[in-house]
Design a protein around this ligand. Structure first.
Ligand code: SAM
Length: 228
C-alpha cells in the first residue's frame, strides 16, 4: 500500500520507523511518503495560514499550498483515497480500518490551527475520492496524531504486517464485542490466580468462558455495541 501524508510537522511520523510498521516499511509492504506542506509555499516565511474571512479567533490553512501538494499526490493515476482528519468527519471505527486496508493508495492531509480552507476539500472532491474522518468527539491540536492512529489501525490489517494473522481475529471490535481478559505465566502472581478454566486444557470450556467474558465486559463497558 502507498501512503502519502501532508503535514507541517513531518518529524511526527518518524515513529512509523519503529515496531511492526517500521518493519512493514522496510520490507516494502507499506510505501510511505511524508511531505512538508511548507515545501509547497513560495514566500520567504513559508506561510501556510491566514486570518479567517468573516472574522473569528485563530488562523485558517491557506488553500494554495494544499492545492499544489494535492496536485502532485493525486495526479499519478493511482486513484487515491484522500483522507482529511477532522472532528467534523465520520467517526473512525474498526470497520473503517478494514475498508481502508483494502485501498492501494491513501493520501492523508493533516490540518492545524482552525482547520483548512473549505475550498481545498471541495476541489479535492472534484478530482478524487475524499473522506473527512474523526477520531472521536473531542478536539486535537492537529491531524498528525489522528493520522498516526489511523495508519496503525489500518497497517496492522494489511496481510503480512502482523506475523500471525490469527491474532487479529479475536480482538476487540472484530466481532462487535470487546476482547476477553488475557493472562500469561506465572499461574499465580501476588496472590492473584489465573482463572482455573484457562489451565484446564478443555478447549470447549475455555472458548465458552472467553465468550461469556466478552459479553459481560461489553455489557458493562460498552452496552451501545450490543444495541448495534
Ligand atoms: N476548528 C475545528 C473544528 O472545530 O472542527 C478544529 C480544528 S483542530 C484545532 C485542528 C486540526 O486537528 C483539524 O483540522 C484536524 O486535522 C485535527 N483534529 C482535531 N480534532 C480531531 C479529531 N477528533 N479527529 C480527527 N482530527 C482532528
Amino acid at each position: 500500500m502507498r501512503i502519502d501524508i501532508v503535514t507541517i510537522f513531518p518529524t511526527f511520523f518518524d515513529a512509523l520507523d519503529i515496531s511492526l510498521l517500521g518493519k512493514a516499511k522496510s520490507t516494502g509492504l507499506i510505501d510511505l511518503g511524508v511531505h512538508d506542506l511548507r515545501d509547497y509555499t513560495h514566500d520567504r516565511h513559508r506561510t501556510v495560514d491566514d486570518t479567517p474571512y468573516g472574522g473569528g479567533a485563530g488562523m485558517v490553512m491557506k488553500p494554495e499550498p494544499w492545492g499544489e501538494a494535492l496536485d502532485e499526490l493525486v495526479a499519478d493515476g493511482s486513484d487515491p483515497l484522500v483522507i482529511f482528519p477532522s472532528p467534523a468527519g465520520e467517526v473512525f471505527t474498526q470497520a473503517t480500518a478494514r475498508a481502508l486496508a483494502d485501498e492501494q493508495h491513501l493520501v492523508f492531509g493533516c490540518g492545524r490551527y482552525e482547520g483548512i480552507d473549505q475550498r481545498v476539500f471541495d476541489e479535492a472532491a472534484d478530482r478524487a475520492r475524499v473522506k473527512l474522518v474523526s477520531m472521536g468527539d473531542y478536539v486535537l491540536n492537529g491531524g498528525e496524531v489522528a493520522v498516526m492512529a489511523m495508519i496503525e489501525a489500518i497497517g496492522r490489517l494489511i496481510p503480512g504486517v502482523v506475523g500471525n494473522p490469527e491474532s487479529l481475529v479475536e480482538e476487540s471490535h472484530e466481532n462487535g464485542l470487546l476482547e476477553y481478559p488475557s493472562y500469561t505465566k506465572p499461574a499465580e502472581w501476588r496472590g492473584r490466580a489465573v482463572p482455573p478454566v484457562l489451565l484446564s486444557g478443555n478447549h470447549g470450556a475455555i472458548a465458552a468462558w472467553r465468550r461469556e467474558q466478552q459479553l459481560e465486559r461489553t455489557r458493562r463497558v460498552r452496552p451501545d455495541l450490543l444495541a448495534d
